[in-house]
Ligand binder design. Structure first.
Ligand code: HEM
Length: 501
């Protein structure tokens, strides 16, 4: 027996693993949930491969067949249950964190312990800090606008009467990352190319590493994560770049606490210091949290802003009405967060772009901490995933007339005809609009993200004409449930004489 070769032991171990997995799958409550694609123990892998290419079609089939109930789609290591209809979607968004968890989803989905570091799971005060930051957006608005203008003048050196070709995604990544970090860590860090690269790449590196780690056996993950080395090397770089500044701020905080002192910055570092427990007030912990906030803030906003730019370049008829709206409001009131808030057409255009080009065709992704049963009897066993079919909700005729048409001013028209105009804003969340999630975990950064995107859009409209490069319309890519804009396409910019400044 002991003389068996390593290969034989390996084979026996694998066979045992398969037998256990098979036996467990036969007893799972998920067998009662209908499957889109094959549901067999082995054939379900074909269902997963199919979902990589045809996720939208599979979601549509499930949504139409089982509306008001649930269905499931195979993932490589688990099933993804999708609930449909307002009742179950509402139950999903209201489910408490200790039953259906977003933290567990990130921990498992992108292997957060390895890719973001243990700080992400151990303390969540960064969420409070984002809430504080969005309350400061009025005061921060001039910095936001200044950084947008500075980035465009460097990266889009278009001349009057001359079209210049600009890489859309790369430019949006710079403007979004620079401007967010002007509010997070201030000048000069927000313009440091090494720091910008770190934050733009950190998100992608973590997501890619998380995907690899999620598909290999648990016992190999610590080793492979060291080879991929995303969390630790990024943290070390953040400490090198921001360390002296954070150290200085820590010393000032020791001396003054939350009291004001001359030149006290109104930025994320201040909010992190004020919301953290004393044991977390270290350079390492604060740098890790700055990275985590960049992780949630940058990629999402860059993808959305790239879609918005493509939507503007491919639909030139929207530019002039938005320009007129901006000019009339700015001439009356000047620039501020509040004046941007009055631009219903600009808000609507951003909203419509997000409705049709979401970051994912699903939303409210949660992992069951313990068995969770919905009111229709669907049980999500502990460790399994459940989500809502966002794309189907966003393109349901009952929610949006002409749902597949891009109607840039559909929300502005609704707001203008509706006194309750706080509905139908790009920041509004609801059962028919899940871009920013829902329930307790609804994105707290959406106020900042939407203000930033609208301010960038205003800057583009007032200072440039934009159009697509002829013969190369950008493509939207989908891999499984993920949706991405064309990352390589260029857009043409031509300088205009700005009427308001
Ligand atoms: C267009 C840009 C953005 C999109 C589409 C987006 C989307 C989301 C989504 C879908 C969630 C999960 C909500 C849920 O599942 O219920 C989320 C959570 C979160 N977002 Fe955003 N987000 C964006 C920008 C930002 C920005 C700029 C910040 C920070 C300044 C931010 C901070 C956060 C935080 C801290 C969470 C976690 C909330 C929690 O777990 O309670 N987001 N976001």
């Amino acid at each position: 027996m002991l003389n068996l070769s390593i290969a034989t032991w390996g084979g026996l171990f694998f066979a045992g693993y398969l037998l256990t997995a098979y036996t467990r799958s036969q007893r799972s409550p998920l067998n009662k949930v209908p499957t889109i694609g094959p549901s067999g123990f082995v054939t379900s892998y074909y269902g997963f491969v199919k979902s990589l290419f045809y996720a939208r079609e599979m979601l549509k089939e499930g949504y139409e067949k089982y509306y008001g109930g649930s269905f499931k789609i195979a993932m490589p290591t688990h099933w993804m249950v999708m609930v449909t209809g307002p009742k179950l979607t509402d139950e999903l968004r209201r489910a408490p964190e200790d039953q259906l968890s977003i933290v567990d989803t990130i921990a498992e989905g992108i292997q957060g312990d390895y890719t973001l570091g243990k700080e992400f799971r151990e303390n969540h005060y960064h969420i409070l800090c984002v809430r504080t930051l969005v309350r400061q957006l009025d005061a921060m608005f001039p910095d936001m606008q200044d950084e947008i203008a500075a980035t465009f003048s460097e990266l889009v050196p278009a001349k009057k009467g001359e079209w210049v070709s600009v890489p859309a995604n790369k430019t949006m990544a710079q403007v979004v990352c620079r401007t967010n970090n002007r509010l997070f860590v201030g000048l000069p860090f927000c313009r440091d190319p090494e720091y910008l690269d770190l934050n733009i790449n950190y998100t992608m590196t973590a997501v890619k590493a998380g995907n690899i780690l999620g598909h290999i056996p648990v016992f190999l993950r610590p080793l492979v994560s060291r080879i991929l080395n995303s969390a630790e090397s990024s943290k070390q770089l953040a400490i090198r770049l921001l360390g002296p500044m954070i150290q200085d701020r820590l010393e000032k905080f020791e001396r003054h606490g939350s009291m004001n002192y001359p030149d006290k910055p109104n930025d994320l570092v201040t909010f992190l210091l004020e919301h953290s427990e004393p044991r977390h007030r270290t350079v390492r912990d604060l740098a890790a949290h700055i990275l985590i906030i960049n992780f949630v803030a940058i990629h999402t906003t860059v993808m959305a802003m790239t879609h918005i730019l493509y939507d503007l370049a491919s639909r030139p008829e929207y530019a002039e009405p938005m320009r007129q709206e901006i000019i009339s409001i700015i001439q009356d009131e000047g620039w501020s967060k509040s004046s941007i808030g009055k631009m219903h057409k600009v808000d609507s255009f951003v909203h419509e772009s997000q409705r049709l080009s979401p970051p994912s065709t699903t939303a409210l992704l949660r992992r069951a901490v313990k068995d969770y049963t919905f009111s229709d009897g669907t049980t999500i066993p502990a460790g399994q995933y459940v989500c809502a079919t966002a794309h189907m909700i966003h393109t349901d005729q009952d929610n949006y007339p002409n749902p597949d048409q891009f109607e840039g001013f559909r929300f502005a028209d609704l707001r203008d005809g509706d006194r309750e105009s706080s509905k139908n804003q790009a920041i509004t969340v609801g059962l028919d609009y899940l871009i920013f999630g829902g329930g307790y975990h609804t994105c707290p950064g959406r106020f900042s993200a939407v203000l930033l995107m609208k301010t960038i859009l205003c800057h583009i409209l007032l200072n440039y004409d934009v159009k697509l490069v002829e013969g190369s319309p950008p493509k939207t890519w989908s891999v499984g449930v993920l949706v991405m804009p064309d990352l390589k396409a260029h857009v043409l910019f031509r300088r205009r004489t700005s009427i308001v400044s």
